[in-house]
Design a binder for this molecule. Sequence first.
Ligand SMILES: C[S@@+](CC[C@H](N)C(=O)[O-])C[C@H]1O[C@@H](n2cnc3c(N)ncnc32)[C@H](O)[C@@H]1O
Length: 235
Amino acid sequence: MSKQLDNQEQITQWFNNTYTKRGFWYLRPIKAYYIYLELLEAKADQKLLDIACGLGRLLEASQDYKVEPYGIDISDVAISKAKERFPDFNLQVANAERLPFDDNTFDLITCIGSLERMVNTDDALKEMYRVGNKQSKYCFLVRNSETTSWQFFKTFLGMKNEKGHQDAKNLKEWTSIFKTAGFDVIDVYPDQYPLMKKARRKYLWLKKVNYKEVIKSHEPIEKANEFLFILKKHD
Ligand SMILES: C[S@@+](CC[C@H](N)C(=O)[O-])C[C@H]1O[C@@H](n2cnc3c(N)ncnc32)[C@H](O)[C@@H]1O
């Protein structure tokens, strides 16, 4: 997203255009999605809801774990493309801020690279909390506003916090948002996939679920490319 889009219609339109023009090229390859399922310790017969599921990549990977796949997305283009490929998955066009599911329905809830695109994050988190059951585990991939590269642009070039960084937050801010929404943070990992060199990505492909490669970083967690939060409902 290259400019600030703060109205739901514009955001939906932007994603519809992106999926029409770029399709899967817009997203990470499927091998990058196994990490979320590994960290959640996904098991057979669990009900998994992927919020803002896009073209269904995570749900496709989830089939190796034999979970029951559900997905919603605001983009009707994304959902219709996903339905063509996965007619047996439970896929719907819906806004994360008003989920079309009963309370306490899901065992696993994921929201990958999408929370910061929502108009009202608090409402979306309330809904995610509501549809998770008591033991539910959550995995959120969210953008960091304090990556080393961004700090460089900010400090040395005096750039403003916009153009893709407008929705990012730092580790403390995300932690506080999740706690306020009623979650406990089980773990936070640095998500380094976009920074991995081609050779290391190929290696990942061979091993398929070598998820530790994706979260390996020599930098402090505060500087991570993105944050991968594993959460549960506060008791
Ligand atoms: C960067 S894409 C990530 C897609 C998918 N999670 C993945 O990783 O393959 C962000 C997604 O968020 C969806 N989205 C944005 N706002 C939404 C909302 N309020 N409710 C549901 N989906 C939303 C977009 O349509 C888009 O598919």
